[in-house]
Design a protein around this ligand. Structure first.
Ligand SMILES: C[S@@+](CC[C@H](N)C(=O)[O-])C[C@H]1O[C@@H](n2cnc3c(N)ncnc32)[C@H](O)[C@@H]1O
Length: 351
């Protein structure tokens, strides 16, 4: 499944770009701005406010916004499949930027929101987000509040803490978020950042939360338990707009597939998923066999196909898979049934 960036955003991006002094057709100029911002992010020296610079804002709007929107959409759909979005919530977002997470939510998830608080240090980013929401007329703006201070907010039984690509800019996980009922966090797929997220999961499981996605179990994360360097991430394919591809032509990085890490937690338990697990790796070709990482408990396991058994099935990373009785050899699950199929994203999970 290829995820598309909705066409409706192109007009808004064009309008905002023209206010910043750029045109969407200036692919070469925009690509050079993207490269500068990308190098800035890669340097890991986080500047407090990229949004005061018109160059960096333009780069964010044409590149990081569409990519983050798609990553968030994908994570939201995976969480939707296991029933995470189930009742009205009060949205509390940290580091909302120009609104990628909120917009992805409004486009893909149909539960009501009683209100939304956005904690975002940058006033410039808040104005941009306001502009997107106003242009789209997709949500009652009277229910939204923007805060420029990292203030402790009053949380309730309905509070959903959400953050996308922002926690890695903080010196530590926001502890107050732990009191919210639900958590939905998306972070870059980077070793240290994602391992922090996986450790946050463990901390939350020890304080009355349950993992909903990507984990199908409540045990210790096998990648934390059995490895000092591995991390859990998803990968998926995208179908970007033409103007994005034009900019990308001038960039060294190509984005046919995107990676990211995510975590959906709640104080309510999810449906039990006995015999279900998630594909957490690509197919690896090894001597005499193919292997693919699979997660269903605190054990580190791989689906494994011996060469003599023929070509392995194409099992997409991130999908759920039902496994009845299988033969286990060390960490490998062998002699798998021929008709092994993952659960497509458009099919809701039921035990
Ligand atoms: C990489 S951007 C991500 C924006 C948006 N969530 C997205 O996915 O596109 C990180 C955002 O976090 C904001 N931010 C950084 N530190 C923050 C803090 N301590 N409190 C609130 N916002 C913060 C930055 O201003 C920036 O807008």
């Amino acid at each position: 499944m290829y995820l598309k960036f909705p066409v409706k955003y192109t007009k808004i991006i064009e309008k905002l770009l023209s206010q910043l002094g750029y045109k969407l057709s200036d692919s070469y100029t925009l690509a050079s701005l993207v490269l500068e911002l990308s190098e800035h992010y890669n340097s890991r020296v986080i500047s407090p406010n990229i949004w005061t610079s018109s160059q960096r804002t333009a780069a964010y709007l044409v590149y990081f916004f569409p990519l983050n929107y798609l990553r968030i959409t994908r994570a939201m759909l995976l969480a939707k499949q296991v029933g995470f979005w189930r009742e009205p919530r009060h949205w509390i977002e940290l580091g909302s930027g120009n609104g990628a997470a909120f917009l992805a939510f409004l486009d893909n998830i149909s539960i009501d929101l009683t209100g939304a608080d956005f904690i975002e240090l940058s006033k410039e980013a808040n104005l941009l987000m306001y502009e997107f929401l106003k242009q789209l007329n997709a949500f009652d703006l009277k229910k939204c509040t923007w805060h420029n201070q990292p203030l402790p907010l009053k949380v309730s039984q309905q509070s959903l803490f959400i953050s996308s690509y922002a926690i890695n800019e903080l010196s530590q996980f926001p502890l107050w978020a732990g009191t919210c009922k639900d958590h939905f966090i998306i972070e870059p797929s980077l070793q240290e950042t994602t391992r922090q997220l996986m450790n946050w999961r463990q901390k939350m499981l020890e304080s009355h939360h349950y993992a909903w996605a990507p984990c199908t179990h409540q045990e210790y994360c096998p990648l934390i338990k059995h490895s000092k360097k591995d991390w859990c991430f998803d990968r998926f394919f995208i179908d970007p707009p033409e103007w994005f591809l034009e900019i990308e032509k001038f960039l060294p990085m190509k984005n046919t597939s995107l990676t990211y890490s995510y975590l959906a937690l709640s104080k309510e338990p999810p449906l039990k998923k006995e015999k279900w697990g998630r594909i957490i790796g690509d197919t690896l070709k090894e001597k005499g066999k193919h292997r693919q990482a699979f997660c269903r408990s605190s054990e580190r396991e791989f689906l494994s196909w011996l060469k003599k058994e023929g070509q392995p099935p194409q099992l997409p990373r991130g999908h759920l898979l039902y496994l009845n009785s299988v033969m286990k050899k060390g960490s490998e699950l062998r002699h798998l049934p021929n008709d092994l199929e993952t659960l497509d994203l458009d099919k809701p999970f039921s035990p």
